[in-house]
Every structure is written in structure tokens, then in C-alpha cells.
Ligand binder design. Structure first.
Ligand SMILES: Nc1ncnc2c1ncn2[C@@H]1O[C@H](COP(=O)(O)OP(=O)(O)OP(=O)(O)O)[C@@H](O)[C@H]1O
Ligand SMILES: [Mg+2]
Length: 262
């Protein structure tokens, strides 16, 4: 059986206007299985977003292949839905309008659209805010709208690029628990980018630690912390052990990167 998503020896080089080309991702291979929640963890600039953009088909590898169910992804892939770090909502549309947008584009009938949108608005606990505009919502609420919009589109794979990075610590924790709950319920394959070791440990089944730029796979670690997970899993000795192990992997990368850039 094919993994649902795979990167095979993927390299991405960006031509720079002046100066040397930038190798953002270098010979990266990873298989992602159906239903998994995989976190890509790595320092700023190590090529995480570039890798996710290739999974979404927004950009193509310079070398190597990115596949969905064994077929190369060569253009924007609607079966892979993306949530960006910034909320990216339509400010002139209400919560309902934003969540219904993808369904409308796909010409889903109005009744079905309404019902489906409501289901996901309820799921992300925004019931009662259907007619509010994004500017009338907090950051956390806006990010929940983007999550509802993504889920309403029902892609086969969820790609999430640091979706909670701009949130305060408490809201972030609530959103992480919400996402865990949703993943426990629908088991959608998810690739989630973060540079927080704690976030990766709380959310994932597997963690891909990337090296400093150019992004390579430094290590792939299974995360067998008990599930369903709650943030208080952070208090367990297993958590501390895994965190230490990952920090050692990441620390050498960050230090090495600092030295080579100074
Ligand atoms: N469109 C582009 N054109 C040129 N260079 C790019 C482009 N996109 C990314 N890069 C370069 O590729 C490298 C990796 O960038 P990328 O955005 O993938 O990093 P990242 O790991 O997502 O970082 P962060 O955690 O800060 O979001 C960087 O050096 C960046 O400057
Ligand atoms: Mg990024």
C-alpha cells in the first residue's frame, strides 16, 4: 500500500535575484501514512513551509518527487487543504460566508452548504457567531474559522503551517486540544508545521525533526505518548524524556546554523 503522502529525495532550490541560489530543502524523504498526525519540526528558515507548499502543489521540487497516493503532485492539489499561519479570511464575508466559500466554488447547493458549514462552525465552537465578520472576532476565533473552512472543504490531507503561532499561550493550548479532539474524531491525515517542541509532542503521532537550512530529515521519532491526549501529558516522565531527546537533536542544529551564519 502506498503512503498517502510521500516526498522522495526532494530538493528545492530558489534562484536568488542577486547572490547565490538558496537551497531550501535538500534530499528530503518522508512517507506519511493515512490517518497519521505528523509534525514537521525545525528552526526558522529550515525549509518547513517550502516542504508544505510542495505537498500542496503550490510549488514544485527542483529535484525528486512529491506524491499523493503514489501519483506525483504537479499542480495545486485540491485534495490537500492548507491552513496558513496568518488567518487568511475574507474580511468582507461573515463567518458563515467564509466557511461556505469552498463549497460554493464547488457549486454545492445552498441547503447542503448551509448545513455543512453549520456542522463545522459548531465543531469549532463558534455557534452564534455565524453572522459576524472576521474583524469582530479575536485571533483565536479567526483561526477557528479557518479550521472550520478547511474541514468543511473535506480535503483528504490537512496541511497546517504554524496555524497557532500568532495566538497567546492560553488560546493556543485550547486550540491544540480542539485539534486533537477533531483528529480523534475524523482521523484525517495531518501534516502540521511548528517550531515548538511542546506543540509537536502534544499533537503528533510522529515527529520529523528537520536540520537547519538546507532542510534535511535529521530524525523521525514516533510519539507514543498516551492518547486521547490532554495538555497535562506534559507532566509525565515520558514527555520529559522525549522532549530532552528532541531538544538535543534541535540544539545542535540551531548552534551549528548560528556558527555558519556568523
Ligand atoms: N519564494 C522564495 N524565493 C526565494 N527564497 C525562498 C522562497 N521561499 C523560501 N525561500 C528561502 O528558503 C528558505 C526556507 O524558507 P521557508 O519559508 O521554507 O522556511 P521555514 O522553515 O518555513 O521558516 P519559518 O519557521 O521562519 O517559517 C529560506 O532561506 C527562505 O529565504
Ligand atoms: Mg514557515
Amino acid at each position: 500500500m502506498h503512503p498517502i503522502l510521500s516526498a522522495e529525495h526532494v530538493t528545492k532550490v530558489f534562484a536568488a535575484g542577486r547572490g547565490d541560489p538558496v537551497v531550501a530543502v535538500d534530499d528530503l524523504s518522508v512517507d506519511i501514512n493515512e490517518g497519521e498526525f505528523v509534525c514537521l519540526l525545525g528552526a526558522s528558515g529550515c525549509g518547513k513551509s517550502t516542504m508544505l507548499n510542495m505537498f500542496a502543489g503550490f510549488t514544485q521540487p527542483t529535484n525528486g518527487t512529491v506524491c499523493l497516493r503514489g501519483t506525483p503532485i504537479t499542480s495545486i492539489e485540491p485534495r490537500c487543504g492548507m491552513v496558513f499561519q496568518s488567518y487568511a479570511l475574507f474580511p468582507w464575508k461573515t463567518v458563515r460566508g467564509n466557511v461556505e466559500f469552498g463549497l460554493k466554488v464547488r457549486r454545492v447547493s445552498k441547503d447542503v452548504r448551509r448545513e455543512r458549514a453549520q456542522q463545522f462552525i459548531d465543531m469549532v465552537k463558534l455557534t452564534g457567531f455565524e453572522d459576524h465578520y472576521p474583524t469582530e472576532l479575536s485571533g483565536g476565533m479567526q483561526q477557528r474559522v479557518t479550521l472550520a473552512r478547511l474541514l468543511a472543504n473535506d480535503p483528504e490531507v490537512l496541511l497546517m503551517d504554524e496555524p497557532f503561532a500568532a495566538l497567546d499561550a492560553m488560546t493556543r493550548q485550547v486550540m491544540q486540544e480542539e485539534l486533537l479532539r477533531i483528529h480523534d474524531a475524523n482521523r484525517k491525515t495531518t501534516v502540521f508545521i511548528t517550531h515548538s517542541i511542546d506543540e509537536a509532542l502534544i499533537l503528533s503521532n510522529r515527529i520529523v525533526v528537520m536540520s537547519a537550512r538546507p532542510g534535511r530529515v535529521k530524525a523521525i521519532l514516533p510519539n507514543d505518548l498516551p492518547s486521547p491526549r490532554h495538555v497535562d501529558v506534559q507532566l509525565s516522565p515520558e514527555y520529559a524524556d522525549l522532549k530532552r531527546q528532541i531538544w538535543q537533536l534541535v540544539e545542535s542544529e540551531v548552534r551549528h546554523h548560528d556558527e555558519t551564519n556568523n
